[in-house]
Design a protein. Structure first.
Ligand SMILES: [Zn+2]
Length: 86
């Protein structure tokens, strides 16, 4: 589960999606879970509200990278969720 902001220079704790942006990466890989049932591997990453205003995540990399919003690239294999509806 998400514990804090993904930005390594920030230590904001994850608090019930009250702010910031949640990123979801679906690797498309299926693996066997502890129950022996195939499970899709989905990763979640969160940027706090403060970080989300200036940076975003590049989910195309093997390990997600924090990048400035000005160099944001469209990533077809991922989607970005907003928490503003709660
Ligand atoms: Zn942050």
């Amino acid at each position: 589960m998400i514990a804090r902001c993904f930005n390594p220079t920030c230590a904001a704790p994850f608090q019930y999606l009250r702010g910031g942006k949640l990123f979801v990466r679906d690797s498309g890989n299926y693996g066997k879970g502890g129950t022996g049932v195939s499970q899709r591997h989905v990763e979640h990453f969160w940027l706090c509200g403060s970080c989300a205003r200036s940076v975003t995540l590049d989910l195309q990399a093997r390990k997600p990278q924090v990048i400035p919003l000005t160099t944001q690239r469209r990533s077809a294999g991922s989607r970005q969720l907003s928490d503003t509806r709660r």
